[in-house]
Write a protein that binds this ligand. Structure first.
Ligand code: PHE
Length: 342
């Protein structure tokens, strides 16, 4: 076969194989095979040296033209294949912008913590600072230091979770009172938010585990009027409008006199409704003037100092504010319930 024929044959062989290249990988192999250093074109060049000097320029040009042609075919095909492959990849990876998005739920604080934070903010603004006490405490701080007689019914096993004869789960945040008095000299102006525990049957209205905020103010000449003013101010700020407060005598061993504080029902404004059990009033906290015996336990002279204290249940407040039917909803972790508190 003459060189000229070989050139023609190589060309048609190449064009033939080119039609079979369907991926850029195929094309790569084709390039190596036809245009590589050990491929047919350098071989033709070697053969050219054996041709007559007359034929050589023309044949040489034919070989070079062929080489150019193969290169340009390869380049064209390569860009066509790459474009097609890119399009295929894009359509396989495509996103559908019409699909509904996945909602991201943001965490938020628990309704009880929201209520607690609001109360703390208001009281901090009134000059009270936060002190925390232990949830596991001794009989002394929970009862004895607070003037509970040894046979007081609250110490009964029915109400208190005793861990042993000395240690218990605090039944109220009042356990912070004597601790703070031992630690600081008056004036004392603190609030103590926290968890409290009582050994009661769990029902829609009571739970073994709940939250309180305690308030304590001790200074010279602190009087009943100070307690009233603080209650008025605090409850009005917390409930969002000027609310009327009412004080009823009550008994707690650590205050004398002791009071129960009521506010005008926020739902019916005193007309009487289901929430206030038709009384027009909501009971919101226990309060009173700190008992002289308690001041003495805290090394404070009751002749020189006086004070008031109050304690409120956060679950109860939250239930009243939102008319929640069952206290157990707070601990069931149901997102449908919790997400209703923005
Ligand atoms: N510790 C009382 C309770 O849990 C509330 C209270 C606190 C009453 C301070 C008077 C003064 O019921």
């Amino acid at each position: 076969m003459s060189l000229s024929e070989k050139i023609k044959q190589l060309r048609s062989e190449f064009l033939n194989e080119l039609t079979l290249a369907s991926t850029s990988k195929d094309l790569e192999n084709l390039k190596v095979k036809f245009l590589g250093k050990k491929g047919p074109i350098p071989a033709l060049m070697i053969e050219l040296k054996n041709c007559s000097a007359d034929d050589r320029p023309l044949l040489g040009k034919q070989i070079n033209d062929l080489k150019e042609e193969l290169i340009s075919h390869c380049n064209l095909t390569e860009s066509r294949l790459k474009d097609a492959e890119m399009l295929a990849r894009f359509s396989s990876e495509a996103i559908d912008p019409t699909l509904p998005g996945r909602r991201q739920y943001l965490g938020r604080s628990h309704p009880l913590m929201q209520m607690m934070d609001r109360a703390i903010d208001i009281l901090a603004g009134m000059g009270f600072s936060v002190r925390l006490g232990p949830e596991v405490d001794t009989d002394y701080y929970n009862f004895e230091g607070l003037n509970f007689a040894p046979d007081h019914p609250s110490r009964d096993m029915q109400d208190t979770f005793y861990l042993n004869t000395e240690w218990l789960l605090r039944t109220h945040t009042s356990n912070v009172q004597v601790r703070v008095m031992e630690e600081f000299a008056p004036p004392i102006r603190i609030i103590a938010p926290g968890r409290t525990f009582r050994n009661e049957n769990i029902s829609a209205r009571s739970h073994v585990f709940f939250h309180q905020i305690e308030g304590l103010y001790i200074d010279r000449n602190v009087s009943f009027a100070d307690l009233f003013a603080t209650m008025d101010e605090f409850w009005s700020k917390l409930l969002g409008e000027k609310v009327q407060t009412r004080f009823r005598p009550s008994y707690f061993p650590f205050v004398e006199p002791g009071l129960e504080v009521d506010v005008r029902c926020t739902a019916c404004r005193g007309k009487g409704c289901r929430l206030c059990k038709h009384s027009g009033w909501l009971e919101v906290c226990g309060a009173g003037m700190v008992h002289p015996n308690v001041l003495k336990k805290g090394n404070i002279d009751p002749e020189q100092y006086s004070g008031y204290a109050w304690g409120m249940g956060i679950e109860r407040l939250t239930i009243l504010q939102y008319d929640i039917p069952d206290i157990r909803m707070f601990t069931q972790n149901d997102i449908r319930f919790l997400s209703q508190f923005p």
